[in-house]
Design a binder for this molecule. Sequence first.
Ligand code: GDP
Ligand code: GDP
Length: 439
Amino acid sequence: MKPVIALVGRPNVGKSTLFNRLTGTRDAIVADFAGLTRDRHYGNGHLGKREYIVIDTGGFEPEASEGIYREMAKQTRQAVAESDVVLFVVDARAGLSAQDHDIAQYLRRLGKPTILVANKAEGMTQGVQLAEFFELGLGEVLPVSSAHGQGVRGMLEKALDAIQGFSEDDEEAAEPVEGVIRLAVAGRPNVGKSTLINVWLGEERLVAFDLPGTTRDAISVPFERDGKKFELIDTAGLRRKGKVFEAIEKFSVVKTLQAIESAHVVLLLLDATQGVTDQDAHIAGYILESGRAVVLAINKWDAVDSYQREQIERQIETRLAFLKFASLHLISARKRQGLGPVWKSIVQAQASAMRKMPTPMLTRLLQEAVAFQAPQKVGMYRPKMRYAHQGGMNPPVIVIHGNSLEHVPDAYKRFLEGRFRKAFDLVGTPLRIEFKTSD
Ligand code: GDP
Ligand code: GDP
């Protein structure tokens, strides 16, 4: 599981700026779970090979007693509770404030690894101005400039080092065993995740097996079905209790993100009686960002009439248009209807994500596509595509080489994607197309 870094501090100290820097892009707000989490943003980042999740917590007033501030304080507390290390950000220019003292007191009591970061420190004679922050009782103060990037890398190294038990070795130990499909069942509370999983795990055709390296990891369930090996991984809101899975009350975004990240295939479950909600769309958005293969299933199909069915099918087309590559199943976990084909799609999605695409075939397909319809001239540029090769798997990446490719319109990229998908039978996996221009 990726470690989680929480950014905490009063408003305006530069948390969002730091968040953007840690996640690598200006608008890396990977999943803005609006409605559920209000101002909290979640993003992915990496330092070399070490990957992490960052949560930006919005402004924090620990003592806030009303309205939106109280809600924000509650959410910040949850973010802090779910994180492995806290970056407590203060403003080096504004100096120490009463609010900083309150936050420090709160963090000291928690006893979580906390790193004190004085932002906006570019061009300052450090020793002098930063001395006052020692009053917070959190030890060393790290001067950084989120806006200019100074000190950010060193701070990140310290943060990741502070997380006990996390190292690159651990990451490697968590590598999936060859031939086993890691499956996460994701979805909002009450969509029927535990019902579905327990129906599945109760089936006779399903055989448990021992998976090396998972003994200490009691929350994963290895099993075999129709000659294929699977490992079901625990998701947010789901915990194993003895032989059955049970939904726990609280929905945790962080746990959902971690489960998605560590899966090969994510089965996203929706509730037909509720339609496609914002929260569904946000979870779907995160799955897409993660590059994981995905299968969609609308549960409780037994409980809706034909009017509602039509409604939800339309909602899926509009609100989840970005998951068009995924296969869609209409199921009833309770009545055990439509469940068999879901397995087929899971296996198909995994195979698609791992598909090998030989260079000669890719290049031939590219040439055929261009012969069928060449990209249009844009201004004085006519994009010229020369050859293609595979740049990665899970999700598959196709790299196209040529000239003036930065002028290829999105519509043309989609046209190419459609042709490659068809030729390689890619269903249930995102497909990334990258252009490499040599002029
Ligand atoms: P947040 O409310 O804590 O998320 O703070 P923001 O990231 O929105 O930043 C608040 C203001 O501080 C913005 O005007 C930023 O441009 C500015 N700011 C952020 N980081 C730096 C920095 O490293 N140096 C300076 N001088 N300004 C910064
Ligand atoms: P979870 O929170 O996602 O694990 O959801 P649960 O599995 O606990 O299900 C939530 C509620 O939906 C329970 O009352 C289930 O009995 C009900 N439910 C689950 N699957 C179905 C289904 O296929 N049809 C109907 N009508 N209800 C279902």
